[in-house]
Design a protein around this ligand. Sequence first.
Ligand code: CTP
Length: 415
Amino acid sequence: MTLNQQKVLLGITGSIAAYKTCELVRQLRQDGAQVQIVMTEAAKKFVSPMVLEALSGRPAREALFDRSAEMTMSHIELARWADLVLIAPASANCLARLAMGIADDLLSTICLATRAPVMIAPAMNTVMWEHPATQENVATLRRRGVTVLEPEIGEQACGEVGAGRMQEPEDLKEALLSLAVPQDLQGIQALVTAGPTRERIDPARFISNFSTGHMGCATADALLNRGAQVTLVCGPITLDPPEGAQVIHVTCADEMLQAVEQHGRECQLLIAAAAVADWRVRKSSADKIKKKDTPPTLALEPTADLLSAVATWDMRPYLVGFAAETEDLIENARAKLQAKGADLIVANLIGDNFGFGDVDSQLEVVSIDETHSIGPASKSMLARDLVEYIAARLGSPASIIDFNARAQHKNTSAG
Ligand code: CTP
């Protein structure tokens, strides 16, 4: 087990043990984790943000009211981004503030706003650690589900001997693993389609739709997070695809189908989140159609339905489709489940001003036996819960392989 693709938010507070965090960051990164540093003012007196930025590969966050940093990722987004929050070292002051639920700096605010598991590695003078006030704060935090590690016993920077030393980076990494997102999709190859497609009219124009690729990219990210190997086939999007995915860029529905044909055969799981154009222009023009010409009538023809095509493969992956609907959400999703031969259809409502982009949404996951609601929440939270639901339905990786065998049987027996 590793921390591969786990998003670790590392809080650093004011303690001499902060110098050990450089080695901790190095080890977490070596294990494949993405590390976001959040430092308190006092922490900066013990370790340089610049060193930590170089080691983590991301700007360290310090202030709650930093407008430019908040524009990139707000404190709430940071809290949602994290799979794990580790505070190392945690000073006596930090423990007291967290126990009180104070939120007057970035780190304490994130701790209140996150749903991720929080682990704390205390470091302080032994008398401070043993003080009833500190021990009561530790008990309060543990009662609330926070993992407070025991500090090590030994000689301290202040000269005293006793409990209060921060655990070593290697031990902290091991402890984090016990809270990490389960790697239940390890060994699984997944293909995700994302974004819109563009169907050419002439060299300057195309038919497309409002899809931004947010849901597809978030889904790919959530799959990686649970240990899957991911191929992301995406239409034209402006988003950065998630780190760790094999990305194949396509433009039109035909290219998307070809990419799925080429890369999907080896997969055990296929999630079709792309908004594939349903029609293309029968005969696109080699030259630009001029405005002075009479307005053209575009003769359209249907594109191939990618999901339905994969459903007919002899050895097909577990198949998850999406359905963006303006009405009758669940009825339409059920109809698509049947018509396309998918195992799950993930339905969401869209309208003129909602449903597309980086906005909160709600999903209804329809299968033959149940309808499961997820959200409302941000697309990354929805994707996390969706992938957790899919992983639970699939069971262990071994049963996905079984599923393939069953699918093969089903398709050959269907003729
Ligand atoms: N899909 C596909 N190939 C297409 C069109 C859609 O694979 N040519 C997939 C989408 O990726 C999605 C699912 O089918 O997973 C449903 O797409 P949607 O656009 O909601 O449905 P359509 O089949 O296009 O039906 P309609 O537009 O009438 O709702």
